[in-house]
Design a protein. Structure first.
Length: 97
């Protein structure tokens, strides 16, 4: 991690991190859309066991990195809920064709 010497430098670094976060979320979203092609039902899309596994893994990673595990799981809950809806839409579109 870079040690910044000014507030402006800190803000610039935060902006760069934010851009990378959005790029990674977009990448994750593209993989989620691909996943729909391997699933045959909404229950498979919702995959509660998989979501529980992801949340536990992320909580442990957050603790390891000294970041609030509650914040990370809250953020991921929003993201996963949205991506599940996207995947359901992809699944339904697959059934149309």
């Amino acid at each position: 991690m870079k040690i910044c010497k000014t507030l402006e430098e800190v803000r610039n670094e935060v902006d760069l991190v934010d851009e990378k976060i959005v790029e990674l979320i977009a990448q994750r979203s593209h993989y989620i859309r691909q996943a729909a092609s391997f699933k045959n039902s909404i229950d498979e899309v919702k995959a509660e066991d998989r979501i529980d596994y992801i949340m536990q893994r992320l909580r442990h990673k957050a603790i390891e990195l000294e970041v609030s595990p509650n914040m990370i799981t809250d953020l991921y809950k929003i993201m996963i809920d949205e991506m599940v809806e996207t995947e359901i839409a992809e699944l339904r579109n697959k059934d149309v064709f």
